[in-house]
Design a protein around this ligand. Structure first.
Ligand SMILES: [Zn+2]
Length: 482
């Protein structure tokens, strides 16, 4: 995940660096390699690769020898979200006392999830979420209660192996649903919930903004979609079926490969997605709306043809050429430098103007704030182009460092972020000037991280406890990696 720093939050930073969190070394058409062990053979390979991009370079105002990022940012991003009050049943949720989570208290879960089949019926008033989860106990014969996280959810039904649970079989608190004594072996848990994305102003879980449905589940947003063990060590294979009005939401996206789509009665349509790799729920994503795509393909080293699509509102599509270039460069670089190939047939990027998190590495469905994707020669600076390259690379590189190899718990956040930042810094260094890139990164540390470490937000790279995980997405995890 990459945070977006708005100018109002980082006025000093904006003088020197457009975004603060992303790379901004100037790119050069012929790659330079620094001192970290890249061979002459690799340099040739890159030159060959980039020779195919010559037309692109000729037609775009990019890259140059000028120093990056001297232009002060004057635009401010405007986030528009639903502001209606919550449905009555959620107007006054019980307020829990904030609970401190300690690393020393980590325990393996009593139950694991094998497969998760989700079905979303997206509506204008409410959305119905059906989940069917194959559950198995960590220890055969376990009779511990199954504790599920859930926030702002209306429970419609809960079944085990097709049988409705009686009231005495479960209990619900403001943030948990507890199945008191589940079966001792494998079982299927079916839960139907009702949620209100139009009224979700937290921008976590599933929310609607500017006419589109969108998700953000890292760190703990999935519990706002359905009842679940919302922790990274619960890894499962997902399918997602999305149903919605076809004219309002012609594009329905989720993780994995698209395996089925079609029309339904009443002007609706559906898509069915299957992600063959186990993942934690913080990587789940859904997008539905009026979007158009720039399409391209990438052939992996082993010959897999991968469809690449960058989705934006129609008017933004012409500004996605550099993002597509950046994605292909990142895919190639990860193969050449780390030997890591993309593992699915489809890779989607969605760029929408009101995505709060900056950028998010959901498996095969990266979601970005438009600011980190769109660029046109008329308005974008060199720093903008370099920032887009860095952050598109960063989210793509998470496919292995974070997604396929993931965290046990949120205390390990620095592992996935630190390693992936290292990879995106190496990528930007190889694409541009290693020296300039390093100076820029150290400058960011000095202007952004040092003051933070001198203030009340100071914390170790791996904290011993936290109350709200969101507070830990700071520069420390992203810069202190050497
Ligand atoms: Zn990240």
């Amino acid at each position: 995940m990459a945070r977006l720093i708005l100018p109002c939050q980082a006025s000093n930073l904006s003088k020197n660096c457009l975004l603060g969190l992303v790379s901004y070394a100037p790119l050069q058409a012929s790659c330079r390699f620094g001192s970290v062990g890249h061979s002459a053979k690799n340099i040739c390979k890159y030159r060959q690769y980039f020779s195919t991009e010559v037309n692109y370079w000729r037609n775009h105002r990019f890259p140059y020898n000028s120093l990056p990022g001297t232009k002060k940012v004057s635009q401010r991003l405007i986030c528009s979200v639903a502001t209606e009050s919550l449905a009555k049943q959620f107007e006054e949720p019980k307020m829990d006392t904030p609970k401190e989570i300690f690393l020393k208290d980590y325990k393996q879960p009593d139950y694991f999830f094998d497969t998760v089949d989700l079905k979303f019926s997206l509506g204008e008033e409410k959305t119905i979420v059906c989940s069917e989860i194959a559950v198995y106990p960590r220890v055969e014969g376990c009779s511990a209660p199954l504790v599920l996280d859930g926030v702002d959810l209306k429970l419609i039904s809960i079944k085990i192996d097709g049988k409705e649970l009686k009231e005495e079989d479960f209990s619900s608190e403001s943030r948990h649903l507890i199945v008191r004594s589940p079966p001792s072996g494998k079982f299927t848990l079916q839960i139907v919930t009702e949620i209100y994305p139009q009224k979700n102003t937290s921008l976590e879980g599933l929310y609607k903004t500017s006419g589109n449905f969108c998700t953000q589940c890292e760190a703990e947003g999935f519990r706002k979609i359905t009842f679940y063990q919302d922790r990274p060590d619960i890894m499962a294979k997902y399918t997602s079926r999305i149903e919605a009005d076809k004219s309002l939401y012609p594009v329905l996206l989720s993780n994995g490969n698209l395996i089925e789509q079609g029309d339904l009665e009443g002007g609706k349509h559906y898509t069915l997605w299957e992600d063959p790799f186990k993942k934690p729920c913080y990587l789940f994503a859904l997008v539905a709306g009026q979007l158009e795509s720039r399409d391209d393909t990438f052939i992996t080293r082993s010959g897999r043809k991968v469809s690449l699509r960058i989705w934006t509102p129609a008017q933004d599509l012409p500004k996605t050429a550099h993002a597509m270039y950046s994605l292909k460069a990142a895919m190639k670089w990860d193969e050449d430098v780390f030997g890591l190939q993309y593992d699915l047939d489809l890779f989607n990027i969605v760029a929408v103007p009101d995505f709060n998190m900056g950028a998010m590495e959901n498996k095969s469905l990266n979601i970005f704030n438009s600011k980190l994707v769109l660029a046109s020669p008329e308005t974008a600076t060199d720093a903008d182009y370099a920032a887009i390259l860095g952050v598109i690379g960063h989210e793509y590189f998470h496919n292995w460092t974070g997604n396929r190899v993931t965290c046990r718990d949120w205390f390990q956040l620095s592992l996935k972020e630190g390693l992936t930042v290292f990879r995106d810094q190496e990528f930007s260094s190889d694409m541009g000037s290693r020296t300039v890139k390093r100076i820029a990164d150290v400058s960011k540390l000095r202007t952004y991280q040092f003051p933070q470490d001198a203030g009340p937000m100071a914390h170790p790279v791996r904290p011993h406890s936290y109350i709200k995980m969101d507070n830990f997405y700071t520069g420390k995890f992203r810069f202190y990696i050497f």
